[in-house]
Design a protein around this ligand. Sequence first.
Ligand code: NAI
Length: 461
Amino acid sequence: MSDPNLGYDVVILGGGSGGYACALRAVQLGLRVALIEKDKVGGTCLHRGCIPTKALLHAAEVADSTRESAQFGVLAELTGIDMSGVNAYKDGVVAKLYKGLQGMIKAAKIDYIEGTGKLVGKNTVEVDGRRITGKNLVLATGSYSKSIPGLDIDGERVISSEHALNLGEVPASAVILGGGVIGVEFASAWHSFGTDVTIIEALPRLVAAEDADCSKQVERTFRKRGITFKTGKPFESVKHTDTGVSVTIQGGEVVEAELLLVAVGRGPVTQGIGYEEQGVGMDRGFVLTDERLRTNIPGVYAVGDIVPGMQLAHRGFAQGIFVAEDIAGLDPQPIDENGIPRVTYCEPEVASVGLTEEKAKEKYGADKVKTYNYNLGGNGKSQILKTQGFVKLVGVVDGPVVGVHMVGSRVGELIGEAQLIYNWEAFPSDVAQLIHMHPTQNEALGEAHLALAGKPLHAHA
Ligand code: NAI
């Protein structure tokens, strides 16, 4: 039994993916939990991120299927996009999940406290004048859409992804600043809805965090689709015009459009909530932790987007669960960040886990790394879907597969097996002997492993 004088076993500040996962796991383990949230439980992912954007991208896929239906002998005509209908569908998905999540939090007997919390002591959070104490505190305050110095997001012509999710009309044209995950996802959806899109990216390639072959394939397909992108071109300035914005990029080139979407990354929400005052170790706004997600203050943990690393909901879930188990004394295994799967839901999708070829060569030496690219041209189901792309494996010579990288329609759904292969340190021959369903896209993973194990079927060695 917990000591009532010490308050809760765990006080969690922030009810997004990291915070609520921690709360749910902690009560399962018999701990007394308070979960503090100023807005809505579910956070960025459910209300402003993963879920609504993927609904938008699905509507975009439906638009593409309609537009391209004649290729399949189906006669249909795309007569327009009704954004209020798209928004109603998207909001309906979010509302249903939100209701379910609220029900789970209630049923779990978590003390849910609505309000803005501030750290006022090493084991105390203040919410609207009320002090809540816990033997352990978990900081899970999430992230916000960043901008760059001098660039004001006004929510009208210069917008963030949050605004972009709630547009009443399809923009005729848009400039997207940033060719990272958010940039390419919105570029893809808007293009499918009929927007004339231009992406501006400072780095030499789109989705630059991915394996270079993935960037190349996305760029090739975007070019074919008619999505304009300018890589290696940092943004310089923006001016409002009568009809929208005029964006200048390095070298003086100007692009005009109805609006500018700023997608240059997300910053941690850590200011003005007592972290610095209480001496929590931080770097550029992020909260520093060890591999057990402990901050420099005993009993204070941090999870999710405020911890340096990939800002992904499922990383937050895993970290939240990890912290609950650590507090309960279960001694969980630290999380291998490379084993966290990544999917970018543009068309074509990009899915990966483990090391890129470049990173693997740095880690193991170029002569110890072997790769195999299985082209989806040899995969029946991908041909049926009329998608192009590949499954690329990065393996260690006489060792396990240390990276899987895929591009193509729907390949995000293939990441489950890839993630087990990486995390279970499977050798190509381990996977090659397992039978993959024919005809599926998943079969492409099987074929790639057959080839890497030296016995290709519908491929070359
Ligand atoms: P990001 O870090 O993926 O991409 C930002 C891009 O902006 C970078 O490529 C950067 O080089 C570029 N950039 C920055 N300053 C620039 C400038 N002055 N001029 C031109 N380009 C510039 O960040 P993004 O796309 O905003 O996403 C934020 C976070 O949200 C990411 O951590 C991402 O993982 C997460 N997210 C994940 C999704 C998924 O898993 N499918 C979907 C959407 C977001």
